[in-house]
Design a protein around this ligand. Structure first.
Ligand SMILES: Nc1ncnc2c1ncn2[C@@H]1O[C@H](COP(=O)(O)OP(=O)(O)OP(=O)(O)O)[C@@H](O)[C@H]1O
Length: 591
């Protein structure tokens, strides 16, 4: 049918004798399209090809379609046979997919050729994809709007209701059809609502939220204006929520909260009462914090490392932790690692079997760990534990199992370990005298008890407590003078609470009268107290400066003599030579 490149006579005639400008016009028209346009005669010879067809397939007048797009020629052949239009939604031509349309070309009812249109489906597909996406999005949005438990309705820019979701219908007890098409101004006039977030959002052109009271219910409405790309208002979306329930719940929660507060404060009261029965006095915030933490950790099973200077109350806190734990009914065994000879510490801790060493008891002996089974073991002065025993203790802490000295039987022991030290274990780890792994294992919960001088607020209540305590024991009631109290308050207590206890006991025993005075306190405590200066106390009027200074000098030397007894020591304390002190004593007539 299409043997050579010559056009059919009727087409040849048309091209050879076209009406004026016909070809130019035709070409211009087909070139406008971004799709490929081709016209072929009955033999499949191209007589029109637009620019894009030329660019993509090299299509040109007088070329044979079968040479450039053979698959299309098959389609064209069919149309040239039956004269029918054909549309193929997707056909691979070269590397791209095309939507193909082949139209029969008739001249005076005679089929003279065909016109082909090749639409690149990438573009076409893209548009279709976007349409599918928007369809999907729309149905998703519809589902979201309809399933939202918040009421949602949409008004146009003139406040006419255009959409109402089921939750809004429920909130207002009205069907969407009764609302759609109505204007918010009319709905207010009808008393349906008293104010409208949509109207306010339209007026203010920004999001508005307001609270409405309707039939004893509280509804919160938020109106959000929607603008187009040019900034013109197109609609308002109003979300509404019935907060009556939330409001009620909130009130109930507040009531519950105050109940919890009451319970908590009662609990604290009970715990504080408990502290009193354990004779723990605390006033400074830092000490109260320590006690709170101790009470908190008491319920856990973890190892606690209590640090602090000697006499600060580490042992007392250990008791508190044990007594408040679930192990309270079981024993709290205490071992002072510093007080037991190195050779005995291991058998003391882990026990021994009969014949383990010379002098070992017949039948062996359980160690403190075994005795603390079910309860707690307090290892005081843990820093003094020899390195050899540290390894064994670490193994026990990891496995909860031990073997007695000289034994082979593995014994399971469930003891909570509480340890204390006045030493800096980290320094010891750095120096290699304390195992780092044991340190980490022990310091799961660190608790530092501050020195008494760092919590001065505790001094007065402690002093009162121990004066009463020793007063009760000696069946005496004594008052404390202001000067003695001042001295006690300003003392630095290197021995901490233990020293304070001893001072109180000493004062109760030493004072001959009903009043404990400064002179009843140990020398160091008296010396620590600065006492009122002569300037604060004032000086006798009518004396010359020389006389006043001599009075002061006399007092200073006298007081120093009372403390240090001999002139050499007084001279050293006051920073002068001994002959000078001797001269001044004589001159000032000090006896
Ligand atoms: N806060 C306190 N309230 C009342 N008494 C206290 C307080 N702190 C300590 N004590 C008393 O002080 C003394 C020393 O306390 P404790 O033995 O617990 O100190 P420590 O830090 O363990 O001393 P060390 O390191 O020397 O063993 C005890 O008699 C204890 O009852």
């Amino acid at each position: 049918m299409h043997k050579n490149n010559s056009l059919t006579s009727e087409i040849e005639a048309l091209i050879s004798n076209p009406p004026p400008h016909w070809q130019v016009l035709c070409q211009a028209i087909v070139d406008v399209s971004r799709n490929c346009v081709l016209a072929v005669d009955r033999r499949g010879c191209i007589f029109v090809a637009n620019a894009i067809a030329n660019e993509k397939f090299g299509a040109a007048v007088r070329k044979l379609l079968k040479d450039i797009i053979p698959s299309l020629m098959n389609l064209v052949d069919k149309t040239l046979m039956d004269g029918r239009r054909r549309v193929v939604p997707s056909m691979q031509v070269g590397s791209n997919e095309y939507r193909i349309v082949v139209n029969p070309l008739k001249l005076q009812a005679e089929l003279v050729g065909a016109i082909c249109l090749l639409e690149e489906s990438t573009e076409f597909e893209e548009v279709a994809k976007q349409m599918r996406f928007f369809q999907h999005l729309t149905s998703e949005l519809e589902a979201i709007i309809d399933s939202s438990s918040d009421g949602l309705f949409v008004c146009d820019a003139n406040a006419n209701v255009i959409r109402v979701n089921p939750a809004s219908e429920r909130i207002h007890k009205i069907s969407a059809t009764q609302l759609i098409g109505k204007n918010m101004v009319d709905l207010i006039a009808e008393g349906f609502i008293d104010k409208s977030a949509a109207l306010q959002a339209i007026e203010k052109k920004k999001t508005v939220s307001l609270l409405q009271e309707k039939d004893n219910r509280k509804i919160i409405s938020i109106g959000t204006p929607v603008f187009d790309n040019n900034g013109s208002l197109i609609s308002v979306v109003v979300s509404e929520r019935d907060i009556t329930e939330i409001d009620n719940l909130h009130r109930e929660l507040e009531e519950q909260g105050s109940l919890t507060d009451q319970l908590q404060s009662q609990l604290l009261q009970m715990q504080l009462a408990d502290l009193k029965t354990h004779k723990i006095i605390a006033r400074s915030p830092s000490m109260i914090k320590v006690l709170e933490k101790a009470l908190k950790v008491s319920t856990a099973n973890s190892t606690v490392l209590i640090t602090g200077e000697s006499g600060v109350g580490k042992g007392l806190i250990t008791n508190l932790i044990h007594k408040n734990s679930s192990r309270a009914q079981k024993p709290l065994i205490r071992i002072n690692c510093g007080a037991i000879p190195e050779s005995l510490i291991e058998s003391e801790l882990f026990g021994y079997e009969e014949g383990a060493f010379t002098g070992a008891k017949v039948g062996g002996k359980p160690g403190s760990l075994e005795l603390a089974d079910g309860g707690s073991l307090f290892l005081d002065e843990i820093g003094e534990l020899p390195l050899s025993s540290q390894v064994k203790l670490l193994r026990f802490l990891e496995k909860g199992r031990l073997t007695r000295v000289g034994g082979t039987k593995v014994i399971n022991v469930n003891a909570r370990i509480l340890v204390a030290t006045h030493r800096n274990l980290q320094d010891m780890v750095a120096k290699g005298t304390f195992r780092q792994d044991l340190y980490y294992r022990l310091s799961v919960i660190p608790l530092h008890v501050p020195a008494l001088r760092e919590r001065k607020d505790c001094i007065l209540p402690l002093v009162r407590y121990y004066f009463d305590y020793f007063g009760d024991i000696t069946k005496t009631r004594k008052r404390v003078s202001r000067a003695a109290l001042d001295a006690l308050l300003s003392y630095s207590y290197p021995g901490n609470v233990r020293e304070l206890m001893n001072i109180c006991e000493h004062a109760i025993v030493m004072s001959d009268t009903d009043i404990i005075d400064q002179m009843d306190l140990p020398k160091d405590v008296r010396n620590d107290s600065p006492g009122p200066s002569i300037l604060e106390a004032g000086w006798p009027k009518g004396l010359s400066l020389k006389q006043i200074l001599e009075n002061v000098e006399r007092k200073v030397i006298l007081q120093t003599l009372q403390t240090y007894k001999n002139q050499g020591a007084v001279a050293a304390v006051l920073g002068v030579s001994q002959p000078t002190i001797a001269r001044r004593i004589k001159k000032l007539n000090i006896k």
